[in-house]
Design a protein around this ligand. Structure first.
Ligand SMILES: Nc1ncnc2c1ncn2[C@@H]1O[C@H](COP(=O)(O)OP(=O)(O)OP(=O)(O)O)[C@@H](O)[C@H]1O
Length: 615
C-alpha cells in the first residue's frame, strides 16, 4: 500500500478577473468567442502555479505564508472544493476539511442538531451518533450552549464545535485552515494535542494552515512556506519558520523606519499606508519605433537592484505577477496594455510583449522601494535588470520621472539575454538632490546635519524645548552595530543620541524613555553630563546608552529622547532644551514558540531551593 497521502504535481490555479460582471456570464456560457473584442478583455490571475508537493500518510504539515500567498487555495484544491486549472492532484483517503468558519453548520440548528446532522451525513447510525455526540460536546466545552442555535455562537465557540465535530470522525486526512485562530490559546493548545493524538492513534495526515507560528511549530513535523503562489522553502519547522520570520522582520524594520521618518518630517502619521513606506518606480517596455511592436518578445524576469541588494523581483508569467497587492508587479489591464497572457513552458514562465491591441502599446510594471533605502548613499544607485528574448531590435525600456518617461536603453535581440540598466537618479531625484523625490514629502538623506535641520524648523507639538541644545538624530543599533528596529528578546541594544549644543551648557541631562503602546512609561534611562565625565558641553557630540541584556518583553514600543537642563527632586526633567516626543518606534520579538509566557518584563531573579523537612 502506498505511503502517500497526497501528491500534487505542477499544480496551478487560475482565476479569470473580468472587467464587467456580464463578461463572467458570457464566459460561463461559452459566448465570449462571439465577441471579437473579448479576446483580451479578461485578465488571468494565477493564485498558484508550478507547485509540487507530496505529503506522506501520518505526516503533519504546516503551511505558512503571508495573506494572499495561496495557502487556502491549495487546501481547497486538496479538499476538492476548488478545481485546479492545471496539474495533477492525487488524494488517498477521506478528507475532513475545516476551511472557513461559517460554512458547514446550519445557523438555525442548535449545536447538538448540527453535530447529529454532520455525523448522519457521514453515515453514522443512531447509536454511533449518541456515542460521538457526548464526546464532541465534552471536547468543545459548550455544555450550557449546546442546545442554543449556532447563529448565537461567537466565532470561538463556532470554531470549537467545528473542530470537535470534524476530528471526532477520525478522517484519513484532516485539513485545518486558520480555524483555531478564532479560539482562545487554551483551546488552540487542546486542538494541537488532539491532532497529534490523531496522527499517532489513527495515522491521520494533517495539513494545517495558520498565522499562529507557535501552534504550527508545536504541531507540525514539516513546514511549507508559500509565497506568491509558489513554495518558497520547506523543511524543518524551526528553520523554515525562522527564515519566514526573518523576511517579515525585514519588512517590519522598513515600516518602523519609514514611520519615524514621517514623525521627523512632522507629517500626518498615517501609519502603514503603502505610500508612506515605499516610493514607486514606474517602468515600461515600449517599441523603439512609434508603432506597436511587430513581433512578440518574450519577457522572463525583471529585477531591481540597490547596490548589491535585490530590492525586488517580478517573476514574469509566474503566479500573481500582476497582483497590485504586491510591491512589484506588472500592469496588464486588457485593451490598454500590451502584455500577453502568462505562459509556462518546461518550467519557465514568461509573458510576451507584443501587439495585443493595447491602447497605449506599452507594457508597464512597477517596483516599490522602501523609503529608508534613500538614506544610504550606496543604495541610491539603483539598476533594473531585464531578462528577455527579443525577436527584433525594437524594445525600449523607459522609467517614469517627474518630466515623463526617460529612455534607459533598448533590449538586444537574438538569444535570451539579461540586460542591466542603471537608473538615472539625477533625473529621478529632485533639484535638491533628495532621494526618490517624486513626492514632496520624501525623506532626506539621514546625515545628522539634515536631521538636525528637520528638527530645528519644525513646529510640531511632538517636539519642544528652548533648543539651546538640539538632538540631531536618534539611532538604535544591534550588537553588530547595525541600525535596527526589531530586536530579539534579551539582545543587546545601543541607542545613540547625537546632539548639538549651541552655547556652553552646564551639566545637562540626557533621557531616553521607552513607552508601551498604551502610553505607560516602561523604562526611562537618565544620565547627566557630569556622570559621563563632563561638566559642560558645547558643539556637537553624542551620548550612547548601552543595554547589554534588555529586560523588555515581546511588544511594540515607542520611545522619546530629550535633553533637559536639570532634574527636579521628583526626578523629572525641567527646562527642556529639546524633547523629541515618541520619535522612535521599535519592537522586541521572540522565537515563535516559547514554552512559558514570560510577560512584558523579563525580570532577572534568583531562586533558592531548600528542603525544610527531609525524610
Ligand atoms: N475566487 C477567487 N477569484 C479571484 N481571486 C481569488 C479567488 N480566491 C482567491 N483569490 C486570490 O488568490 C490569491 C490567494 O488567495 P488565498 O486565499 O489562497 O491566500 P491565503 O494564503 O490563504 O491568504 P490568507 O492567509 O489571507 O487566508 C489571493 O490574491 C486571492 O485574492
Amino acid at each position: 500500500m502506498s505511503d502517500v497521502a497526497l501528491c500534487l504535481k505542477n499544480l496551478g490555479k487560475m482565476y479569470k478577473l473580468y472587467q464587467r460582471p456580464i463578461d463572467k456570464v458570457l464566459d460561463a456560457f461559452g459566448m465570449d468567442r462571439w465577441l471579437f473584442w473579448r479576446q483580451h478583455a479578461d485578465r488571468e490571475f494565477w493564485a498558484l502555479r508550478g507547485l509540487d508537493l507530496r505529503v506522506d500518510k501520518g505526516e503533519r504539515v504546516g503551511l505558512i505564508g503571508r495573506n494572499g500567498a495561496g495557502k487556502s487555495t491549495l487546501l481547497k484544491i486538496v479538499a476538492g472544493t476548488v478545481n485546479p486549472t492545471e496539474g495533477q492532484v492525487a488524494v488517498h483517503g477521506n478528507v475532513q476539511a475545516l476551511l472557513e468558519l461559517g460554512t458547514g453548520f446550519h445557523p438555525e440548528f442548535t449545536g447538538r442538531q448540527n453535530i447529529r446532522v454532520s455525523l448522519a451525513y457521514l453515515g453514522f447510525d443512531a447509536a454511533q451518533i449518541r456515542d460521538q455526540e457526548d464526546e464532541i460536546i465534552d471536547f468543545a466545552e459548550l455544555d450550557e450552549f449546546i442546545d442554543q442555535p449556532v447563529k448565537t455562537y461567537s466565532a470561538g465557540m463556532y470554531a470549537r464545535l467545528a473542530f470537535s465535530t470534524a476530528t471526532s470522525m477520525a478522517p484519513d486526512i484532516l485539513i485545518i485552515d486558520e480555524v483555531l485562530g478564532a479560539g482562545d490559546a487554551y483551546f488552540a493548545g487542546k486542538c494541537v494535542e488532539r491532532m497529534q493524538r490523531l496522527t499517532h492513534e489513527t495515522g491521520a495526515t494533517v495539513l494545517f494552515v495558520s498565522h499562529d507560528l507557535a501552534s504550527v511549530q508545536r504541531l507540525c513535523e514539516r513546514v511549507v512556506w508559500i509565497e506568491r503562489g509558489r513554495i518558497r522553502l520547506q523543511g524543518d519547522p524551526l528553520e523554515t519558520i525562522k527564515a519566514y520570520m526573518a523576511t517579515i522582520r525585514k519588512e517590519e524594520e522598513v515600516r518602523l523606519v519609514a514611520r519615524d521618518l514621517k514623525v521627523l518630517k512632522k507629517q500626518a502619521v498615517l501609519l502603514d499606508r503603502h505610500e508612506d513606506i515605499y516610493t514607486r518606480f514606474l517602468f515600461h517596455l515600449v517599441a523603439s519605433t512609434d508603432k506597436p511592436p511587430a513581433a512578440h518578445h518574450r519577457i522572463v524576469g525583471l529585477t531591481l537592484w540597490a547596490g548589491d541588494e535585490q530590492v525586488g523581483v517580478i517573476d514574469v508569467g509566474g503566479p500573481m505577477d500582476n497582483d497590485p497587492e504586491h510591491l512589484h508587479y506588472i500592469m496588464d489591464a486588457p485593451r490598454y496594455m500590451d502584455w500577453g497572457k502568462p505562459r509556462s513552458q518546461g518550467g519557465l514562465t514568461y509573458r510576451d510583449y507584443g501587439d495585443f491591441q493595447g491602447l497605449y502599446a506599452h507594457a508597464p510594471f512597477e517596483f516599490a522601494v522602501p523609503k529608508s533605502y534613500g538614506l544610504q548613499e550606496h543604495h541610491r544607485e539603483l539598476r533594473l535588470e531585464v531578462d528577455a528574448q527579443c525577436r527584433a531590435e525594437e524594445v525600449a525600456v523607459e522609467v517614469h520621472t517627474p518630466n515623463g518617461y526617460v529612455r534607459l536603453g533598448c533590449l538586444p535581440y537574438g538569444d535570451r539575454h539579461v540586460t542591466v540598466f542603471p537608473l538615472p537618479m539625477h533625473l529621478i531625484l529632485d533639484k535638491d538632490g533628495h532621494a526618490f523625490s517624486q513626492e514632496a514629502e520624501l525623506p532626506e538623506p539621514a546625515t545628522n546635519e539634515t536631521a538636525s535641520a528637520d528638527m530645528a524648523t519644525s513646529s510640531s507639538t511632538s517636539e519642544y524645548g528652548s533648543r539651546l541644545a538640539t538632538i540631531t538624530s536618534v539611532t538604535m543599533l544591534d550588537d553588530q552595530g547595525r541600525e535596527c528596529r526589531v530586536f530579539d528578546l534579551e539582545q543587546p541594544i545601543r541607542v545613540v543620541l547625537a546632539f548639538e549644543a549651541h552655547q556652553r551648557l552646564h551639566n545637562p541631562v540626557f533621557v531616553f524613555c521607552v513607552y508601551l503602546p498604551d502610553g505607560q512609561c516602561f523604562t526611562q534611562w537618565v544620565v547627566t553630563a557630569q556622570e559621563l565625565g563632563f561638566d559642560e558641553m558645547i558643539g556637537r557630540g553624542q551620548v550612547t546608552f548601552e543595554v547589554t541584556h534588555a529586560v523588555m518583553g515581546k511588544a511594540a514600543y515607542v520611545a522619546s529622547a530629550a535633553i533637559f537642563k536639570y532634574l527636579n527632586e521628583q526626578g523629572h526633567g525641567t527646562e527642556s532644551y529639546h524633547v523629541l516626543d515618541r520619535c522612535v518606534h521599535f519592537q522586541i520579538v521572540g522565537p515563535p514558540y516559547e514554552p512559558v509566557e514570560r510577560g512584558l518584563c523579563l525580570q532577572p531573579f534568583h531562586a533558592v531551593f531548600e528542603l525544610t523537612n527531609s525524610c
